[in-house]
Design a protein around this ligand. Structure first.
Ligand code: FAD
Length: 437
């Protein structure tokens, strides 16, 4: 297996529990021994699909106490006013902020504790010869290159997957990388001197500003990690906001209530890297019975639905079920996995792109708010038939491709409700019932 990020050790654990021995090769050093960045975002939103996988492998109870529930989006207006838009209507419909590094370390510990998994750090895959069954690694601590024979290889090596590159070259599979054109930069709202959160901890904070946005998720040390999602180039972009004055002008005009919360804003803005964002579409996700892609390697998605990791964890759960059903028949397992999951990967990639518009812009739009009100009313009227799209994605295990289709139908139903009564006050139950059947 290539990559000991979030997906690799989880999948290795699923396989180890089924008696398989797994060797993971990871290009970084061991973050449990050396202080290195876990890469990308400092914290993540964990929801039902991720939690379900953690429960299946027995890690949920260990992770849960260190997560922070977020009940909804706390919208920060330009004038500093805030309002909470709940994610769901039921008590348990919350998502959880979790530390990426801590989760990654626990996943690695769990995998190794099975006794069937070893992790080789400082091994960077350079290429895979799928015909000759050989992997070529660069050892980052000695600059030596080594060849490693394999029988079967699974790529959990993230959005810039080298294994994917080898499969694309070998098998001529369909592959598209769609850059977003926007990148991200992380900033910090530290804890108060008294050791408390500076803003409401049980919410995901959003400063939606039309073409871009700032968000903040709570951490266990009472700080928040903020992420500015911003165009890479253009009039107002990472390209044009660089100097102290430009940074302060942007924050004073667009995020005025955040300035006092971030004492190191300018320093962090200038020091912290800009991450790029892209969606990856490829099909299929395997080559014969030899190589498979999973997690971001198969379907990197932009982070606006908070689903990249959750989708990757659901992949692992799905693959494990296929392993149970088709013991040792890897041709069938890989083929069935690709057939079942590719459309789901594409659907969450598309929904995540749509959600960027919703988060950075629509949440402030009265038309969006009215639609959301009707959506929640319809859920109360038809609790088994009408589950809002956000809830289907975040609080259920319904395949994403199905969610995408159901979401389109719901959009039309709400359109018809508004056509019948533009105020949205009156809902023709019989009409909706007919459209739902
Ligand atoms: P990664 O976590 O990227 O791990 C890949 C691993 O492979 C790494 O350890 C890397 O070092 C290693 N590797 C890479 N190349 C090689 C090589 N050539 N040889 C050996 N090893 C290699 N998802 C959510 O569900 N909720 C969120 O709230 C959320 N927020 C996000 C915020 C941001 C800003 C970003 C960028 C992503 C976010 N995601 C979120 C998505 C989530 O980070 C990914 O979906 C998740 O990390 C995928 O896990 P992975 O193991 O497949 O890939």
């Amino acid at each position: 297996m290539i990559g000991a990020g979030l997906t690799g050790p989880l999948l290795a654990t699923y396989l180890a529990h089924r008696g398989y021995c797994v060797e993971i090769f990871e290009r970084r050093s061991d973050m449990r021994k050396e202080s290195i960045s876990a890469g990308r975002s400092i914290n993540l939103a964990l929801s039902a699909r991720g939690n379900n996988a953690l429960k299946e492998v027995g890690l949920y109870d260990k992770i849960k106490p260190n997560t922070i529930p977020m009940k909804g989006r706390m919208i920060h207006g330009l004038n500093g006013n805030t309002n909470l838009q709940p994610y769901g209507q039921k008590e348990n419909e919350v998502i959880f902020s979790v530390s990426r590094a801590q989760l990654n370390m626990e996943l690695m510990n769990m995998a190794e504790e099975t006794g069937n998994v070893t992790i080789q750090f400082n091994h960077q895959l350079l290429s895979a010869d799928l015909e000759q069954n050989k992997l070529l690694f660069q050892l980052s601590d000695s600059l030596e290159k080594i060849e490693w024979p394999f029988k079967r290889v699974i790529g959990c090596d993230g959005s810039a997957s080298i294994l994917r590159k080898s499969i694309v070259e070998k098998a001529n599979i369909k592959y598209l990388k769609k850059p977003l054109g926007h990148g991200y930069k992380e900033l910090t709202i530290p804890a108060m001197d008294s050791g408390k959160f500076q803003i409401e901890p049980n919410a995901l904070h959003i400063w939606p500003r039309g073409n871009y946005m700032l968000i903040a998720l709570p951490n266990n040390d009472y700080s928040f990690t903020c992420t500015l999602f911003f165009p890479m180039i253009g009039k107002t972009s990472f390209d044009t906001v660089r100097t102290e004055k430009e940074i302060l002008d942007l924050f004073q005009s667009q995020f005025p209530d955040s300035i006092d919360l971030m004492p190191n804003l300018v320093e962090e803005f200038q020091k912290n890297p800009i991450g790029d964002l892209a969606s990856v579409y490829c099909k299929p996700w395997h080559w014969e019975d030899k190589a498979l892609l999973i997690g971001d390697a198969a379907h990197a998605v932009v982070p606006f639905f908070g689903q990249g990791m959750n989708a990757s964890f659901q992949d692992c759960s799905t693959l494990a079920k296929l392993v149970d059903q088709n013991e040792n028949n890897w041709k069938i397992i890989f083929n069935a996995f690709s057939s079942a999951q590719v459309e789901n990967g594409h659907a969450i990639a598309d929904m995540a792109l749509e959600n960027y518009m919703e988060m950075r812009d629509h949440v402030n739009d009265p038309k969006y708010k009215k639609r959301r009100e009707i959506e929640l009313k319809l859920e109360r009227m038809f609790p088994d038939q009408f589950i809002p799209r956000y809830s289907m994605v975040s609080f259920h295990q319904i395949p994403y491709a199905e969610v995408y289709q159901l979401g389109k139908r719901q959009f039309n139903i709400i359109g018809e409700v508004l056509k019948a009564d533009p105020s949205g006050q009156f809902i023709d139950k019989a009409m909706v019932e007919k459209m739902l059947s």
